[in-house]
Design a protein around this ligand. Sequence first.
Ligand SMILES: Nc1ncnc2c1ncn2[C@@H]1O[C@H](COP(=O)(O)OP(=O)(O)O)[C@@H](O)[C@H]1O
Ligand SMILES: [Mg+2]
Length: 240
Amino acid sequence: MIRIENLTYKKGSRTILEKVNLDIADGEFVSLIGPNGAGKSTLMKIILGLLSGYEGSVTIDGVDHRRWVKTHNFGYVPQKETFDPLFPATVADTVRLGLMKGRLFPPRDSRRRIAAALEYVELGGFENRFVGELSGGEFQRVLLARAVAADSICFFLDEPESNVDKKGVSRLYTILARLKEEGKTIVNISHDLQTAFAASDTIVCLNKTLHSHTRPELLSADVVTKTFGNAIRLLEKDHV
Ligand SMILES: Nc1ncnc2c1ncn2[C@@H]1O[C@H](COP(=O)(O)OP(=O)(O)O)[C@@H](O)[C@H]1O
Ligand SMILES: [Mg+2]
């Protein structure tokens, strides 16, 4: 279980996250929603151990998350703009990183494991392609394959619908559903509310503070309106 207690994060004099308390159960598929600037990506990066200087605590199965990541892998699909398309690595190189935790050399069966992980994300035979040549959706799935190869139990995705076409999004959600069936925990930041609601066990509404963490069918319109504030009008326009 991921337990976030009293998490506050400030950047200079600005409070980005305030007293966030959140438990994510093993095997839970949670979608994190909120307007731009709500602190969703920040919260995700803190859990992943990518940002320091917060108040409060983040534990995984009772262990401080910074200690946990030394021996476990998180799956992480960041927002598209953080990728370098010219990075000269092949798909196999990238997936292999998932097998390298605490090792100097890859395990003996790494070829087979890389191939299996690529099959899992429907990218069988992609080993020698350069990651810079892939579409956004294919690259997302390579990152998932890396986490699958690493036997990750938690997968984090930051707005995976951005820069991916409809077919890519539906393929991705099929893979996420399969991971969920196998008991993996999935934390998904999404601006596609319909898709998120259909796929998720729970929805977290965040806008600096936590407004709600509940099953989609129990989420009230009031809470959504309060979370999004003025941004809700933009949101409605998107869905016309
Ligand atoms: N590196 C940074 N430096 C300064 N401010 C930042 C930085 N990253 C994020 N912020 C600010 O923190 C707030 C939350 O950002 P973010 O977590 O990216 O929100 P979201 O993902 O919900 O859109 C925003 O107001 C943003 O301007
Ligand atoms: Mg974000």
